[in-house]
Design a protein around this ligand. Sequence first.
Ligand SMILES: C[C@@H]1N[C@H](CN)[C@@H](O)[C@H](O)[C@@H]1O
Length: 441
Amino acid sequence: AMFKTDPVRPDAYREFERPLPEWFRGAALGIFVHWGPYSVPAWAEPTGELGAVPREEWYAHNPYAEWYANTMRIEGSPAQMHHERVHGGAPYDDFLDAWKAEDFDADEVLAVVAATGAGYFIPTTKHHDGVTLWDAPGTDGRNTVARGPRQDLIGAFADATRAAGLRFGVYYSGGLDWHFSGLPPIEHDDDPAPDDLAYAEYAHDHVIDLIDRYRPDILWGDIRWPVAGIEPGPKSLAHAFQTFYERVPDGVVNDRWGESHWDFRTSEYVHGTAVEVGEAWENTRGIGLSFGHNRNETNEHLLSAHEAVRLLVDVVSRGGNLLLNIGLEASGRIPELQRQTLEGIGVWNRHYGHAVVGARPEGRMPASDEPWIRWTRTDDAVHAVVDQTGPVRLPDPDRVLDESTARIGERHVTAERVDGGILVDVEDAVTPVAISFRTRD
Ligand SMILES: C[C@@H]1N[C@H](CN)[C@@H](O)[C@H](O)[C@@H]1O
């Protein structure tokens, strides 16, 4: 199957197992960027969220605008008709040359990213179309240094990320490379993906180059790793992981490297129950229905700041991180609607980030969402995040709270114990509101 399998750990990869570093576990929020030649057409049908669209409709009506090179090749698809009508059926690589990134300023992007309160930033370095955003070995000029932006975009992002004080990760599409593999368009989940040794060594050399040049803290693989590269060997995945952990001892890798190894599991849009357990997992999604910028998305398709904050709090309350994606415009600008959501998250985190950064789950998940409450715990407090103002009755969580210590941000608030819970009068302009308590024990 093409999509990631539930990774198992062959013996050759057991040596890489390690405790999850606190810098990742406690980060709460990461920001993803998908940016590539697909950002020039920036066109997909806003069909629906992954998981809500029937699989048989997904590929011909793909809401992922970064899949344009595949969707445009599916006979009779709306994307193919759009490509004929608007782009005259031109070769996909014309978009690489048309991609100018004329307004791109990595420090400006990272200023918006850092203002969200995120702890790490991950740009795509090679997506499924095979175009690399740095002068990767073996790409024969099909990269953003030789063509289009004529810039090492990964180097620019790495420097700006470090200057902003965030951890830096690299996304690399190991499982799909439509240029290298030359396969027909994907129309079903189990369509073939490149598995041969030539591709495995090509991709290995890319990952080694990324490690050597940018010292990423996170290797975020996608789909899986070519099967021929899993077996131990001079250019095997095991060699790439060994190189990574030698250069970056507190680095982490995600769970989309085939049947090999992972430091944290990932879910995408859908909250996979097998993945979202414990505290070593991350949920990723676009701000809208797509990772690549899609000009057809409007407000109705995008998470508002309020919805994004509820998702962040929910994910952190259950032990995970949220990796929220920005689809940059070809110019390098952040789409205005996405920027508004990002700025709203930053406002919330400046009020209540203490309830999610470094936080762990506290007790069991509430049975119902009426009212919506999420509990987290940090070293010095338990936090109840509620999405309403006025009198709120909090059921007792597992620990006994000292209601006399209740506060909202820095402000002390009165709270009284009533039958089976604590009554708090919640007033704040910014919702959801985190009410913090010390515990009796
Ligand atoms: C983060 C997302 N991962 C999926 C594969 N599950 C990709 O197909 C998609 O384009 C995006 O990169």
